[in-house]
Write a protein that binds this ligand. Structure first.
Ligand code: SIN
Length: 284
């Protein structure tokens, strides 16, 4: 691997994956009780680079959780297979019998009233080749829209829902009563189409193909046409980076300003990941 490029002001060697998004941070042991100054530095780097990566972190699950908890309150995901001992950890395990399904651009849990600030994902088992995760800078995606579109979407709101998870419950044999109870507990959420980052004040596109359903106040055809145009902004390689996993690599992304896509090209081989999700604020 190339030597990390060092940025003068950084206390750690950094390796940028692309000019627009994604930086590997070297020289940090995530198992340590890091100084608040280091946590502040990483928070700022995350806001600037949208996703930061760490390699070779053979740390315990407790240390993974403890590191994530330095950045905010942690979520216990209401739908996924959580670890019994550590409910904050989601297991994302795929093999021949369990095909991957997260090969869709999204930001995590946007169907919640207060969606995620960020997610910290660890690779446990990686396929020999493939299974990369791609990330898109949604501030750059917003900036690149033509002025007429930026003006047209200013002030619009969109509805996000968890229908895909409810369908997953049905597929696993849950009763309609149980599905209805979950829907009542986690009703669809309405968020601005363009959100302003609570730290940087920068605007980003906050709609995604996985969870956004419609734009409030628009007929279905107009809403679908506009949403499809906006979703495609995440697909532009100029605003992306692509991370090649190794066992014990960690990725920490800013769900407020980035989307991600887990390539399913490795299937039917095995890939096992563990995610801890940090709760964020209500998008504005
Ligand atoms: C996720 O979408 O949270 C997981 C991404 C991945 O498995 O690469």
């Amino acid at each position: 691997m190339a030597e990390p490029a060092t940025i003068d002001e950084s206390p750690f060697p950094l390796l940028h994956l692309t000019p627009c998004i994604g930086t590997e941070v070297h020289g940090i042991d995530l198992a340590q009780d890091l100084d608040q100054a280091v946590i502040d530095y990483l928070s700022n780097l995350l806001v600037e680079r949208k996703v930061i990566f760490f390699r070779g972190q053979q740390i315990s699950r407790e240390a993974h959780i403890a590191f994530a908890a330095r950045f905010g309150e942690l979520e216990v995901h209401p739908f996924t297979a959580n670890n019994d001992e550590h409910p904050e950890i989601i297991h994302l395990n795929n093999d021949e019998a369990h095909p991957p399904y997260i090969n869709i651009w999204h930001s995590d849990v946007t169907w919640r009233a207060e969606p995620s600030l960020g997610s910290i994902l660890r690779a446990r088992v990686v396929p020999e080749v493939g299974g990369d995760t791609l990330f898109a800078n949604m501030e750059a995606a917003y900036d690149a829209l033509d002025e007429a579109t930026r003006e047209a979407i200013d002030g619009l709101e969109a509805v996000h829902d968890n229908e895909s998870f409810l369908n997953g419950m049905r597929a696993n044999g849950a009763s309609e009563e149980a599905v209805a109870a979950k829907r009542a507990e986690f009703p669809p959420a309405t968020h601005p189409v363009v959100r302003t980052h609570p730290v940087s004040g920068r605007k980003s596109l906050y709609v995604n193909r996985a969870f956004t359903r419609r734009i409030v106040g628009m007929d279905t055809e107009a809403s679908d046409t506009l949403l499809n145009k906006l979703y495609l902004q995440a697909w532009i390689p100029d605003y992306q980076c692509r991370f090649r996993w190794q066992p014990d690599s960690f990725a920490f992304w800013d769900n407020r300003a980035a989307q991600h896509y887990a390539a399913a090209d490795y299937w039917p081989h095995r890939r096992e990941m563990e995610r801890v999700t940090i709760i964020g604020d209500r998008p504005r």
